[in-house]
Design a protein around this ligand. Structure first.
Ligand SMILES: Nc1nc2c(ncn2[C@@H]2O[C@H](COP(=O)(O)OP(=O)(O)OP(=O)(O)O)[C@@H](O)[C@H]2O)c(=O)[nH]1
Length: 385
């Protein structure tokens, strides 16, 4: 009986994703291979961090992608030129993050904003909520109008930042006010582009997760796989995490509550810390996270946390009830199918990417080539059409 069911699950997982994925992220197990074939580094989609001086741009980038502790950001010096951070070597997120100095002068002839905005997937505008934000809103207007003229596909995102200093009522009021005032510039902007963020809690990771997810063409497929996995395994919530940044790449379609997300982030920290301190062999190259990574934590409220390696940079972290965990064999088997499906998703993307690169390198052959070249949507190269 259970064999039939599990076989069905395996089939449904593997067959459930469409075959026409684009790519914006790579399976890092194949990273080495991809490095040789991927387009030049500068062609990677960009996420830009812009905003006034001292609004917190560098702090966000350092805390999310370089594990800097929030208190250390007090000593960050002001950025005076564009800082280009290629995080693809250590993270599943295959983007460049560009941190701009505050007060970018669009009229400076040396500032080639056309080139910058053309390859951009998302532009995050950071507004210091503890400061008077009238000037910042003027800047937002100028930035959005310039960027939109060059590349209407950019995702504009607004981080209303440093909200740790505001009361709950004040936070909501500030968000409403900024949303209202910015509406002239971002005419059809929905409220889901305004995030309340702080580096002193998990809100900055949550917000960055949402920004990155909008740039991942495979997102619906990943969500679908997670939905099938949790419904067949008695799991309440599952996140697919980029281990280094603690950005979640995808989750199932049930609503995300901040506490669950924080719990899962904390679990990753525990696993990596324990593994670093007690798990490394003397002769190893010091990798705290590998194929063997697995952790189960039982909490005192009948909840179980379950973490397992999916790819070199991705982990699945689940929350489930103790009674569901009694069927651990089933969960392990379903996880095995899920992992296989995820690898297939990114294998397809990766081979499509290589085909795209090969086509772009080959000599032009009439107008057919331009039709076949990888499309760019939201700055993310798409699969061939
Ligand atoms: N309270 C609070 N302070 C923050 C937060 N994020 C950043 N800061 C502080 O804001 C100050 C400025 O941060 P930076 O990251 O240097 O700002 P920036 O936007 O990169 O500044 P420029 O490089 O001059 O453009 C630092 O003292 C940070 O510690 C936050 O979420 N909450």
């Amino acid at each position: 009986m259970s064999i039939t069911y599990e076989d069905q699950l395996a089939g449904s997982l593997v067959d459930s994703f469409p075959k026409d994925f684009g790519y914006g992220v790579e399976n890092m197990d194949m990273m080495q291979d991809n490095l040789e074939h991927s387009p030049p580094a500068d062609n990677k989609p960009r996420i830009l961090l812009m905003g006034l001086r001292r609004s917190g741009k560098s702090s966000i980038q350092k805390v999310v992608f370089h594990k800097m502790s929030p208190n250390e950001t007090l000593f960050l010096e002001s950025t005076n030129k564009i800082y280009k951070d290629d995080i693809s070597g250590s993270s599943f997120v295959n983007f460049h993050i560009w941190d701009f100095p505050g007060q970018v002068d669009f009229f400076d002839p040396t500032f080639d904003y056309e080139m910058i905005f053309r390859g951009t997937g998302a532009l995050i505008f950071v507004i210091d909520a503890q400061d008077d934000y009238v000037e910042a809103l003027g800047r937002l207007h100028l930035t959005v109008s310039r960027a939109y003229r060059v590349n209407p596909e950019i995702n504009f995102e607004v981080f209303i930042h440093k909200v740790d200093g505001l009361s709950d009522d004040h936070k909501i009021e500030t968000q409403r006010d900024i949303h209202q005032r910015a509406n002239d510039d971002l005419a059809d902007a929905t409220s889901d582009i305004f995030y309340l963020t702080s580096i002193y809690d998990h809100s900055i990771f949550e917000a960055f997760s949402k920004v990155v997810q909008k740039l991942i063409p495979q997102l619906p497929t990943l969500e679908n796989l997670l939905n099938i996995f949790i419904s067949n395994s008695g799991i309440e919530k599952a996140f697919l995490f980029d281990v280094v940044s603690k950005i979640y790449i995808a989750t199932d379609s049930s609503p995300v509550d901040m506490q669950s997300y924080e719990l899962c982030c904390d679990m990753i920290d525990v696993v990596i810390d324990v593994s670093c301190i007690y798990g490394l062999k003397d002769d190893s190259n010091g990798n705290a996270y590998d194929k063997e990574s697995l952790a189960i934590i039982k909490l005192n409220n009948t909840t179980v946390l379950y973490l397992k390696e999916v790819t070199k940079f991705l982990a699945l972290v689940c929350i489930l009830r103790e009674e569901s965990f009694e069927r651990k064999g089933l969960i392990d088997y379903n996880f095995h199918c899920f992992r296989k499906a995820i690898h297939e998703v990114f294998e397809v993307s990766s081979s499509t990417q290589r085909m795209g690169a090969a086509l772009q390198c080959s000599p032009p052959s009439g107008n057919g080539l331009s039709r076949l070249k990888g499309q760019v949507l939201n700055g993310t190269p798409r699969s061939l059409v």
